[in-house]
Design a binder for this molecule. Structure first.
Ligand SMILES: C[S@@+](CC[C@H](N)C(=O)[O-])C[C@H]1O[C@@H](n2cnc3c(N)ncnc32)[C@H](O)[C@@H]1O
Length: 300
């Protein structure tokens, strides 16, 4: 199933049915939309299946599809440890009409009394079915502070309400485009730790790792996507995995912060460590949202 034909295909034949390009349907800390114009230069010209095991809002995946960089019959394996997030992708794929109804309902209720509705929805930790859970996730993402996803030690979402006058909770046009893209492209969605992709990886597959970043300093630390965090040992574990996949002759691209620790972890690839200029977006203090450098590390 994972094999794809090696015919050089410049265009995804399905994509011509999609008139407007889709883009991420959520705002995500560390989302790569703003860096795509730089990262796109490092996408290999030829590869088989695509893996994005820290998918988040999937900015690079959407770019790869809309720029026709995937070959026919190849799979995109999109995964993340966040089960609620992966549920949203699956619901957009299979239950779009019902999801839109739930989002429209949430949008009406939110506008009646944003604060009351937001905190009621946030405290509702268990929703009746997967469609309502997906609608809750999107609604909180569109209305919470800075689109952050942060959980406490118990795994409960704890971001306060954001300061929006008229947030668009139900973006039917983009959700419909995303639905088409993921139904016309061969995409698998999985909830698991990134190392699970090892069972599927083959030579010439392309993997984009965009893990929670190693913090520049203690105060800039934001690794709370999950209740487990992503500490030094996790960064070392990821680097070991990178070296292991390199031996399998895969094409690997990895993003991380520009720190001596990260540079040291990937020192064997020092010829292929490139620094990009980026604007940090999740810092609450606008003064601190200045340009900084982050790294692209690749093995090809
Ligand atoms: C920097 S974000 C990815 C952003 C993404 N590239 C985008 O454009 O939105 C890091 C992601 O890693 C996920 N994550 C954290 N630990 C993980 C693990 N051990 N395995 C898989 N995913 C993990 C988080 O849930 C989060 O979505």
């Amino acid at each position: 199933m994972d094999n794809c034909d090696n015919m050089s295909l410049k265009m995804n034949p399905f994509a011509k049915n999609i008139s407007e390009p889709s883009h991420p349907f959520i705002k995500w800390a560390g989302g790569k939309s703003r860096l795509i114009s730089q990262i796109k230069n490092f996408i290999p010209t030829e590869f088989n299946n695509y893996f994005e095991p820290f998918v988040g809002s999937g900015a690079l995946f959407f770019y790869i599809v809309r720029s026709f960089k995937m070959k026919r019959n190849c799979y995109a394996h999109l995964s993340d440890i966040n089960a609620e997030l992966i549920n949203v992708y699956k619901i957009i794929k299979d239950n779009l009409t019902d999801l839109i109804k739930e989002l429209q309902y949430n949008e009406i209720e939110y506008h009646k009394n944003p604060r009351r509705f937001y905190y009621k929805l946030r405290e509702e930790t268990f929703r009746f079915n997967h469609i309502q859970q997906a609608a809750r996730f999107i609604t909180l993402n569109k209305t919470c502070y800075n689109g952050l996803y942060r959980v406490n030690k118990k795994g409960l979402f704890n971001v306060p309400i954001g300061n929006y006058t008229n947030p668009k909770i139900c973006d039917i046009e983009n959700l419909t485009r995303v639905n088409k893209i993921i139904n016309l492209t061969k995409v698998n969605f999985e909830t698991y730790d990134y190392q699970h992709i090892i069972t599927k990886i083959k030579e010439n597959d392309f993997i984009y790792f965009d893990p929670p970043y190693h913090p520049l300093n203690e105060t800039s630390k934001f690794t709370n996507y999950t209740s487990h965090g992503f500490d030094y040992n996790q960064q070392k574990r990821l680097a070991n995995f990178f070296y292991e996949l390199d031996k399998r002759k895969c094409k690997i691209l990895l993003s991380n912060s520009d720190t001596p620790f990260v540079r040291d972890l990937y020192s064997s690839f020092s010829q292929n460590i490139i620094s990009l200029s980026a604007l940090r977006s999740i810092n609450s203090n606008t003064e601190k949202r200045k340009n900084h450098s982050e790294l692209i590390i690749k093995n090809f």
